[in-house]
Design a protein around this ligand. Structure first.
Ligand SMILES: *Cc1c(COP(=O)(O)O)cnc(C)c1O
Length: 376
């Protein structure tokens, strides 16, 4: 079986995990966590960055500092449920707009029409690590005095016009889930552009207390200030992650090499009009988070997934079922405008295996199998 994803298993990570284990301090906010936070700040330009227990909890923090009950948040319907859940939990409504077929990202030209007097946040999702049109999105946010919470779960180490994804909006959310480019098993990070909001974020993740200041010796006791939760990951997870962040450039290059190879080798199928491959805009430095292409329709895709898995032992996957057609989507949100691409394009999309240090023979088998499928 060729797996869809294999997280990096670096000796350095193991060494760091051992160090964390033997230090006797495995709870949150120790040395490894601090180093990861520092790496994120240095590599993105974020003023504050905090590791969290997941990308989901990073989004929850983002929602806590930006919305209240009955506010509205504009987001794509083609996203992971966590983007919507985070805001809906605060009592806000999700307002879904259509995506662009070329990048599968929110169509920046449809955002303005969806704004009402209740709108507080725009939540762009950088699908596959390719940046949304942030210039336009930030311009709209400024004009209507909205906050921008970037779901950059897939966007670690990627850029838009030289700016790191996750550090362009007011809040950015990374995921270090096992399926993402850099893994801590389960984990994430919240990035803040503004120190005051960052300070709020730091206290939210300590159950809404000023405990961090107490630990730093700035206070002689700590107290409950507002609603929060516990979003601190263990040092063991941070140690695992740090080993990868230290060679992030190398991991990124390796993924991009595989991605480019896929694109080159499948070009004949695209030229024959059988598949459509993704577009990476000139001004986006992507991170090869995933390789996908689009097929004729959902029937062909179903047959392809079956063929690859059952006949060839290769795990390939579809992706999100748009949120606006689901029970949760109807209850917590609404779609504004026409669903021109969200449903149609999501039904045609299929993802191929892609991970750090993919074996060449596996890669060749995948390519060969795809061509065989189309010869049948
Ligand atoms: C992975 C992902 C998340 C959630 O991250 P977890 O770490 O799994 O909680 C949120 N949004 C998007 C777009 C993702 O891909």
């Amino acid at each position: 079986m060729i797996r869809f994803n294999c997280p990096p298993t670096l000796p350095k990570s193991l060494e760091y995990i051992k160090q964390a284990f033997e230090s006797g301090n495995t709870c949150g906010d120790g040395e490894f966590t601090k180093k990861c936070n520092e790496w994120i700040r240095e590599n993105t330009g974020a003023v504050d960055a905090y590791l969290t227990t997941s990308g989901t909890s990073a989004l929850e923090m983002g929602a806590m500092v930006t919305v209240e009950r009955d506010d509205e948040v504009i987001m794509p319907s083609f996203t992971f449920v966590a983007t919507a859940n985070a805001f809906a939990r605060e009592g806000a409504k999700c307002v879904f707009v259509d995506i662009r077929p070329d990048t599968m990202n929110i169509d920046e030209n449809l955002i303005e029409e969806a704004i009402t007097e209740k709108t507080k946040v725009i939540a762009p999702v950088h699908y596959a690590g390719v940046g949304c049109e942030m210039d336009k999105i930030m311009e709209i946010a400024k004009k209507y005095n909205l906050k921008v919470v970037e779901d950059a779960a897939q966007g670690v180490y990627a850029k838009y016009k030289g700016q790191a994804l996750g550090a362009i909006g007011d809040v950015g959310c990374f995921s270090f889930h096992e399926t993402k480019n850099y893994s801590m098993g389960e984990g994430g990070a919240t990035l803040f552009k503004d120190a005051q909001v960052g300070d709020w974020g730091e206290r939210i993740r300590e159950n809404g207390t000023n405990r961090r200041r107490y630990i730093r010796g700035e206070l002689d006791k700590y107290t409950w200030e507002f609603l929060g939760s516990s979003f601190l990951p263990s040092e063991l997870n941070a140690a695992y992650l740090l080993g990868q962040l230290e060679i992030a450039g190398e991991i990124n290059d390796d993924r991009i090499r595989t991605w480019n190879n896929y694109k080159e080798r499948l070009m004949d199928l695209q030229n024959e009009g059988l598949i459509e491959m993704p577009t990476i805009p000139e001004h986006c430095e992507f991170n090869a988070h995933m390789f996908y292409f689009k097929m004729k329709d959902i029937e062909e895709r179903t047959e392809f997934i079956r063929y690859m898995m059952e006949d060839k032992g290769i795990k390939v996957m579809s992706h999100y079922v748009p949120l606006h057609g689901t029970n949760g989507g109807n209850r917590y949100g609404r779609f504004v405008g026409e669903d021109k691409y969200t449903t149609k394009e999501s039904e045609r999309l299929v993802r191929l295996p892609l991970y750090y240090q993919m074996k060449e023979e596996d890669f060749e088998k995948i390519i060969k199998s795809i061509y065989e499928f189309y010869k049948k």
